[in-house]
Design a protein around this ligand. Structure first.
Ligand code: UD1
Ligand code: CA
Length: 464
């Protein structure tokens, strides 16, 4: 298919009134990313050479999302219907075949489009509409045939009771030869119940003028459009299910697939076990033979082979080395790198911290803006005091094999040399040389026989 020029027009100017939400409809997230992104990804995957997006309602917001995806936006001044929207995209400047589709069909895949284009070429038609057979045709435009041949698309609002019974519907996807589109589009009128310019009318206009028109039937999910919050939730559910199935086919183990949420771009290696309630987002990459326990939330996280992310851990834009273990209840904030075989235990928070191989921070610790060497032991309750009164952040650097006793504070900027030992309860404010012992705490004082003499209370009084 890629040999021929393919231009695409995506209609995305509508408000989506039925969504009852201030967000432009096409920006509503489906399984984690804006639904229009799914449509753009699908047409790109099918080899589109040029993509034009018609924008209107929420133009600034929509542009912000789609323009980084190398598409061109064309504003539609008034939402006067789908034909008017196509006009806004300057179709007269296009050559070859033009694919037109709605921005609210997030279940569409590149392979669907490839199939549609192949059928279009084989049909030798100059105009094709993509139809689907559905159980509940609802508000969809109906495909009207005469002796099997496509005649027209009739919008539900303008259809007779008889026509409404037709369950072959318009998916909102069309393929047309550019010159046919350019010559028939201006002929569309707005004599219908909504007073809108319907792109669907191009079918009957072309058919009457003797052009070869055809309907290409696609699978039902191609026709799945999102018009309200219920359909949005359904689209999300179906996309999550599709992703899980693909991963399971690749050897990923899921204890309870339905409760496991994995966004489209996520990668998971074979042999990895995902427990219920796991959420894998964005560009997260989990290696092979990992275990991700219940309630773990990973966004843009990279977890190497054999690592163990224990229950209720929260990882953002962080890296976990091979065979390392994190959690339960660990929080890795952005730009944290956990080395191989390292151990991060419960109630440990790290931010912008490099934590070396085989190092351990077992409990109740905050490490921020820190570089921790290899084979380091961080005792319970250790804190890097990285934020100073001048509102700047300062770094803590801890060398290899340092032993940090419990309840230590490092007042940054500070550097601890390799093999040093920090005594428990220390507040370290000065650099510590390699191999040194540093203790910075109040000295223990013993006063013998200091407790004042008191009469032992009588049992009946103690019980009061
Ligand atoms: C449209 C079709 C219907 C089809 C259905 C499939 C028409 C007249 N009807 O109906 O036959 O079954 O899609 O989902 O085409 N848009 C604009 N500018 C406008 C109007 C709409 O850009 O002036 C965009 C919308 O943002 C949306 C798409 O066009 O992405 C479809 O519009 P929508 O109002 O959802 O059309 P439907 O009523 O669903
Ligand atoms: Ca729609």
């Amino acid at each position: 298919m890629k040999s021929k020029e393919l231009s695409v027009i995506i209609l995305a100017a509508g408000k989506g009134t039925r969504m009852k939400s201030p967000l432009p409809k096409v920006l509503h997230p489906v399984a984690g990313s804006p639904m229009i992104k799914k449509v753009i990804d699908a047409v790109k995957g099918a080899g589109a050479s040029e993509i034009r997006v018609v924008v209107g309602y929420g133009e600034t917001l929509v542009r912000k999302v789609v323009e980084p995806m190398s598409v061109t936006c064309f504003p539609q001044a008034n939402q006067w219907g789908t034909a008017d929207a196509v006009k806004s995209a300057d179709p007269a400047s296009l050559k070859g075949d033009v694919l037109i589709l709605n921005g609210d069909h997030p279940l569409l895949e590149a392979s669907d489009i490839e199939k549609i284009l192949t059928e279009f070429n084989d049909s030798r038609a100059s105009v094709a509409v993509v139809s689907a057979i559905v159980k509940t045709p609802g508000h969809f435009g109906r495909i009207v045939r005469h002796k099997g041949e496509l005649r027209a698309i009739v919008e539900a609002a303008d259809a007779s009771a008889e026509t409404l019974k037709i369950n072959e519907v318009n998916t909102g996807i069309y393929v047309l030869k550019a010159e046919v589109l350019a010559s028939f589009l201006p002929k569309i009128e707005n004599h219908n119940s909504k007073g809108e310019y319907y792109l669907t009318d191009i079918i009957s206009l072309c058919q009457e003028a003797g052009e070869k028109v055809t309907a290409i039937t696609a699978r039902a999910s191609v026709g799945f459009g999102v018009n309200n919050q219920i359909e949005l939730a359904k689209a999300t559910r179906l996309l999550f299910a599709r992703k899980r199935r693909a991963l399971m086919e690749e050897g990923v183990l899921m204890i309870d697939p339905k409760s496991t949420y994995i966004e489209e771009e996520v990668e998971v290696g074979a042999g990895t076990v995902l427990f219920p309630g796991v959420y894998l987002r964005g560009r997260t990459k989990v290696g092979a033979y990992c275990v991700v326990e219940p309630g773990a939330y990973l966004a843009h996280a990279r977890v190497a082979d054999g690592a163990h992310v224990k229950a209720y851990s929260y990882l953002e834009n962080s890296t976990v080395g091979a065979k390392a273990s994190v959690g339960p209840f660990a929080r890795l904030r952005p730009e944290t790198e956990i080395g191989a075989d390292a151990h991060v235990g419960n109630f440990v928070e790290m931010k912008k911290t490099k934590f070396g191989a085989r190092s351990k921070a077992g409990h109740l610790t905050y490490l921020g803006d820190a570089t921790i060497g290899e084979d380091v032991n961080i005792g319970c309750g250790t804190i890097t005091c990285n934020y100073a009164v001048d509102r700047q952040k300062y770094r803590t650097v801890i060398g290899d094999r340092v032993f940090v006793g419990s309840d230590t504070q490092f007042v940054a900027p500070i550097e601890i040399g390799a093999d040093a030992v920090i005594g428990s309860g220390s507040t370290i404010t000065k650099d510590v040389p390699a191999k040194a012992l540093a203790v910075a705490r109040g000295k223990q004082i013993i006063k013998e026989n200091w407790t004042p003499k008191t009469e032992p209370s009588k049992p009946e009084e103690a019980g009061k």
